[in-house]
Design a protein around this ligand. Structure first.
Ligand code: NDP
Length: 330
């Protein structure tokens, strides 16, 4: 089997030198265990936070140890009645080709006409994040204006599409013209390429002259400042992520226009999707239907092979993905 270890902690932008590939021998299966061959693994921005040695809502990765993350695998040998050979499982055992487990924290995947890889994207954690932020945190209402940053990514592209389904006007921000065109093809009329604007706040004002009622925050920094400038009274900001800061080595200054929180009587609320997991059943029921009847489209960007996992991960911070960034292992 092969595993990818955290070789060193990134300083700033992660590089290939922060990862190392290791060949290991797996022992024979014991009673109650099964052998999984991973088919897909996820790379996610939050993993950058786990590479820093600090206390957070999730433990940091240990130096010299195999990394972890969402994965979908197939059972290829089994001494466990609940996980027979051929069953597909989801786990947090990404960044490795094969592993042995007793099944703790493993979920059997239901039969689906879609690729099981979608359980790492639109039907999994990122999709659930978009749904939670809009419904449970921001409480987006019909007729309101929604602004989404990192809008063509795993979370953002779902947030944009759900916004349309909820009857909102959607304004999106992305980092390339190609991403903007893809969102327009999905029915998002106002898309800003933030890399081409010199004044993001002004660009947002032109895209949403009626103002913004809900901001789905994925980026932070200049995006947050632009949103604050353009929020309507009693607007809500669901703070999901601040990817623009994850590779910063110095503390970044806050927006200079925070006083709008008072003047506009805003509600700004951060959230971590796992605290809302009791609603996952409700979410999958709705999302499976939207996917089946084409109301939500699930884009993916796929890198092939475990040795390309570091490139896929680094690519998240270079804007290399449209939709969910995945690594196909087998
Ligand atoms: P994405 O699929 O959106 O991938 C990251 C994207 O972010 C890139 O493609 C890039 O797109 C954009 N980006 C990267 N660096 C910058 C930058 N400096 N400024 C602006 N945009 C940048 O990732 P996810 O959908 O998985 O995650 C999106 C956000 O949601 C992240 O902040 C993540 O941490 C957060 N998150 C939070 C969760 C929670 O529970 N709170 C759960 C899951 C995700 P572009 O080309 O447009 O720049």
């Amino acid at each position: 089997a092969q595993e990818i270890l955290l070789a060193s902690r990134p300083q700033g932008m992660p590089t290939h030198a922060n990862f190392s590939l290791k060949q290991i021998e797996l022992p024979p299966l014991k009673a109650g265990e099964f052998l999984v061959k991973n088919l897909w693994m996820s790379v996610d921005p939050y993993m950058r936070g786990r590479m820093v040695d600090r206390e957070s809502y999730i433990a940091p990765f240990a130096l010299g140890q195999v990394l972890e993350g969402g994965a979908i695998g197939e059972v290829i040998e089994s001494n466990h009645v609940d996980f027979p050979v051929g069953s597909k499982v989801s786990s947090m055992k990404g960044w490795r080709s094969h592993y042995i487990t007793d099944g703790a924290d493993h979920t059997l995947l239901p039969e689906t006409p879609l690729s099981e890889s979608h359980f790492l994207g639109v039907l999994g954690m990122p999709g659930m994040t978009a749904w939670t932020g809009l419904n449970r945190i921001a409480q987006l209402k019909e007729g309101e204006t929604l602004f989404v940053s990192a809008a063509s990514g795993a979370v953002g592209s779902v947030a944009c599409q759900l916004g349309l389904l909820m009857g909102a006007k959607v304004v999106a921000s992305v980092g390339s013209d190609e991403k903007a065109e893809a969102l327009k093809a999905m029915g998002i009329e106002q898309v800003i390429n933030y890399k081409r604007t010199t004044n993001l706040s002004q660009a947002l004002k032109e895209a949403a002259p009626q103002g913004v009622d809900v901001y789905f925050e994925n980026v932070g920094g200049e995006h947050l400042a632009a949103a604050l400038d353009n929020m309507n009274d009693h607007g809500r900001i669901a703070v999901c992520g601040m990817i623009a800061q994850y590779n910063e080595t110095e503390p970044t200054p806050g927006p200079s226009n925070l006083a709008y929180i008072i003047m506009k009587k805003l509600r700004i609320e951060g959230f971590i999707v796992f605290e809302h997991w009791q609603h996952y059943g409700e979410f999958t029921q709705q999302m499976s239907q939207w996917l089946a009847n084409g109301q939500v489209k699930a884009e993916q960007t796929i890198y092939e092979g475990l040795d390309n996992a570091p490139a896929a991960f680094i690519g998240l911070f270079e804007g290399k993905n449209r939709g969910k960034m995945l690594v196909k292992l087998a």
